[in-house]
Design a protein around this ligand. Sequence first.
Ligand code: ATP
Ligand code: MG
Length: 215
Amino acid sequence: MKDFIENCTEMTSKKIKIGIMGGTFDPIHYGHLVAAEAARVKFDLKDVIFVPSGNPPHKKGQKVLDKTHRYLMTLLATATNPYFQVSRNEVDREGYTYTIDTIRDFDIEYNGTAEFYFITGADALSEVLTWKNIEKLFEMCQFVAATRPGYKYEELFKEIEYLTVNYNGRIHFVEVPSLAISSTDIRERVRMDLPIKYLLSEAVENYIYKNNLYK
Ligand code: ATP
Ligand code: MG
C-alpha cells in the first residue's frame, strides 16, 4: 500500500505544468502578455496556452468583436514567445463557452499527464464564483492570481483566502509588473483617434488599423 501511494505521488509530481490564459482579448495587450510570462516563470510552466473566449455568458449583451479577429490578434501578439501557444478550443465551440468544458477538453488532449494552472487577473478572480461548476474547476486546476493595477493587494489576498477555505481552491499569487492597460481603454482610444502605441504589440496595432476595428 505504501509503495502504491508513493508511486501515485511520484506520478502526480511528474505531470507537466501547463498555464492557461483565458480572456476575451478584445484586443490582446501587454497587460495580458506580462501576466502570462510572470506566471510561466514563477511556476516553471512548460507552456502557456492562450484561450480566446468564444461566446462567454458573462459578456451577454455586451458588444464583443468577432472571435476570428480576436483569435488572429492573439496569434500575432504571442508569435514571438516560444512558450506561448493559442488554442481554438473556445472559438470553435458552438453556444456559450464555459472554462470547465475547456479544461475538460485539455485534460483529455493531454491524456491526464498535465497539471493546469489557470491564470487570472485580480478582477477576474473576484468573479470566479459565478463560473459554471467552479468547485469542479478548483479540483481540476490550480489558479494563479495576478496583480492588476486598481485592485488592492489586501483584497486579492482576502479573496484567495476565502476561496481556499470555502471552496478548496488551490490559488497561488504572482506579482506582475504593473501595467494599467485594459482592452476597454484601448477600444475607447481607437474610437477617439488617440494613440495606442506601446500599449500592445505593433503587429496587433497594425492589424486593428488595417481592418478598421473599434471605429
Ligand atoms: P476588458 O476591458 O474588455 O474587460 P481586459 O483588459 O480586462 O479587457 P480581458 O480579456 O477581460 O482583458 O482579460 C483576460 C485576463 O487578463 C483576465 O484574467 C484579466 O484579469 C487579465 N488582465 C487583463 N489586463 C491585465 C493587466 N493589465 N494586468 C494583469 N492582468 C490583466
Ligand atoms: Mg476584463
